[in-house]
Design a protein around this ligand. Sequence first.
Ligand code: ATP
Ligand code: MG
Length: 309
Amino acid sequence: MIYTLTLNPALDRTFYVERLVQYESIRVHREERYPGGKGIDVSRVIKQLGGESIALGFLGGYTGREMEGRLINEGVVGHFVWIRDETRTNVIVHTREGGEEIRFNCPGPRVSPQELAELMHHCRHLRPKPEFVVISGSVPEGVDPVVYEELILIFESQGARVILDTYGEPLRKGLQATPFMIKPNRTELAGLVGKELSSLEDVVSAGKELHRYVEIVTVSLGPEGLVGITRDGTYHAIPPKVEAVNTVGAGDSTVAGMVLALKRGLDIPEVFRYGAAAGTASTLTPGTATVRPQDFERILAQTTVKRID
Ligand SMILES: Nc1ncnc2c1ncn2[C@@H]1O[C@H](COP(=O)(O)OP(=O)(O)OP(=O)(O)O)[C@@H](O)[C@H]1O
Ligand SMILES: [Mg+2]
């Protein structure tokens, strides 16, 4: 089974308004409510591409209950640990007149030591057995970034291969537990190695520095696709040029495509091709990390992988 883990999920509420006017009450024409968070996004795309996964993480309060219900309606299976504080809400305001998008990211819940311990216990006893675990996104308040290192060790002791998609301190600490793969974008990798990475060669040599910790370093490069660095070879997966509608969550869709290809036993160049194609397909829909299977199939056929070492 594939598992995804989101320690800091959020309910995204998008308000559609005509324009923003000071000192007047503003009519919201339409509201969308969407369960988000990076691991949850990965689970959603796995489902859309015909795969199965179980989402793990923390949920709390009425917002948590709503997220749980919405996920069930999307066909995303979740085994969550319940916390006392309320799950985070983000508010996004779209103005029709100016075409602006304004985002308010509310503070997240505080996770108590007891709640964290319950999650660790849950993760030590996963049924069905975890084959792949995707750990994505940020660490909530009250939890030390070392948590990812500990969780990776817990998953690996059950025979799982772990994919870590985060940045900053949690990524640095997580590397110590030698996950199977990481998927930074160019900026996240630059932050990790402390260098500017302007050319493709810079990206490849920075990625190679990390081979003492991970087997596969996948660096996503937006419209330029991705570079996949393994000990046996380095590859560049190049998607076709598209009119992108929304690139938020493209990286999560990439991770979903890759883990599905790995689970299906496809060879390494094909895993990179799936990743780039799923990421690019997700940019064609307005929803965050939302992939139409027919877009994926079409883009996959137009995505090339070339060996670059
Ligand atoms: N503008 C674009 N045009 C075509 N493909 C894109 C574009 N942006 C992203 N992609 C595809 O999606 C993949 C992942 O994108 P990106 O590098 O932006 O990830 P990311 O920064 O981790 O995104 P996020 O964290 O928001 O999910 C790329 O490798 C590429 O295949
Ligand atoms: Mg990302």
